[in-house]
Design a binder for this molecule. Structure first.
Ligand code: SF4
Length: 383
């Protein structure tokens, strides 16, 4: 049985994620797996081709392809084109597929964007993060405001009509005025999609350590909800749909089709170091080490570090957790059909309490988080 037919999710083709594990430099807040040894890019691309071939029996066709990382724009456009050719030679990428690449404004020229458009990529996600130079410097980004604006303009003139940009808020010492200015500039650029993430100060990162040592300005926890609600109000006021905790689209036809698969249990294959995969009932993840990844693939072995089987109960819990993060929420009939649980009956008292507190709405056979509920989605799912 190929993945996509045994799914707990919707009857959809699976998604393909490729983790490109290189960055030119590391940002102080980042805990994604990436290395700066760019001379190893060619070896990685060769290994990736071997890895893809090892999955061609289980995964045949995809309707989304997401090239993330790391920083895929470290590759020159001809390298990206060759990578896509390898993938198309191994799997079927369906005609209507959403094909996304993450881009760093520091890497781009007008010509690069034109060439990327010719590869068949139809969606770009630009890591803008902020439109304030001092904030970009604080985050350790390689680009400035001017480069971000140029990248957006060049992407549009290259013919991309599905452009997303990422922004980060709640930086230490950041005031609401500065955040509103970044949002206003983003809206003025008219992207189809915006991802707004709260800065996470993870203990294993240089910035997380500095914060723990008291070397950065305070970031009161009480402001988290205010930043979240204000972001949602401003972007919805500008016509964007707040369709997931961190994601906004200019109409649901512009929502990320690839990310949707993670949220509704559609299978996906992840290739590259640290990438995760899911086939409907099992999840597995690759080694978070480029050296180990390359060594495994030199021996034509799958570079898998760990795996877990997910029973119906675990899938049901995940579906609840993920559903409470999306505007669509949870379809109670579908939930009962897929997971054999009557969510309403099993948790009536808790759900009615959340409804009374204005955190969820229960109507027309669905449970949907309100804006206030989305602001505390993780806490709700943990209850
Ligand atoms: S460019 Fe992206 S992946 Fe690379 S270090 Fe910075 S945040 Fe992390």
């Amino acid at each position: 049985m190929t993945a996509g037919t045994m799914t707990a999710g919707r009857a959809q083709a699976p998604g393909l994620y490729i983790h490109f594990p290189f960055c030119r430099s590391k940002c102080g807040y980042c805990d994604f797996y990436s290395v700066t040894e760019t001379p190893l890019v060619s070896a990685f691309l060769e290994a990736l081709s071997t890895e893809a071939a090892l999955y061609r029996e289980e995964f045949t066709a995809f309707d989304t392809l997401y090239l993330g990382g790391g920083t895929p724009s470290v590759m020159a456009p001809p390298q990206v084109a060759a990578l896509l050719e390898t993938i198309r030679g191994t799997f079927t990428i369906l005609d209507h597929a959403e094909i996304t690449i993450e881009l760093n404004p520091a890497d781009l020229t007008r010509e690069d964007l034109r060439m990327l458009r010719e590869t068949g990529i139809n969606r770009v996600n630009i890591g803008v993060q902020s439109f304030h130079d001092r904030e970009l410097e604080f985050l350790g980004r390689r680009h400035d405001r001017k480069q971000a604006l140029s990248a957006l303009e060049w992407a549009m003139s290259a013919g991309f009509d599905n452009i997303g940009l990422d922004l980060i808020y709640r930086l230490p010492g950041q005031c609401f005025k500065d955040w509103r200015e970044s949002l206003a500039q983003a809206i003025a650029c008219g992207p189809a999609h915006l991802s707004c993430y709260e800065l996470e100060l993870k203990p294993g990162t240089p910035m997380g350590r500095k914060y723990a040592e008291g070397a950065l300005p305070e970031r009161p926890e009480s402001l988290a909800r205010e930043f979240f609600v204000e972001t949602s109000e401003i972007l919805e006021g500008a016509g964007y749909v707040h369709y997931e905790v961190s994601n906004f689209a200019a109409g649901m036809d512009r929502a990320s089709r690839h990310n949707q698969k993670y949220w509704d249990h559609t299978p996906y294959l992840g290739l590259g170091p640290a990438a995760h995969s899911f086939d409907g009932s099992r999840r597995w993840w690759n080694r978070s080490s480029l050296d180990a990844y390359l060594a495994d693939l030199r021996g034509a072995e799958r570079p898998v570090e760990g795996r877990e089987d997910l029973g119906r109960e675990e899938l049901a819990m995940e579906a609840l957790f993920l559903g409470l993060r999306t505007r669509d929420g949870i379809d109670l009939d579908r939930y009962a059909r897929l997971y054999g649980r009557d969510l309403m009956e099993d948790n009536r008292r808790q759900l009615e309490e959340w409804s009374r507190l204005g955190l969820i709405e229960i109507a027309h056979g669905r449970i949907r988080p309100t804006r206030s509920g989305m602001a505390v989605a993780d806490a709700l799912a943990a209850m």
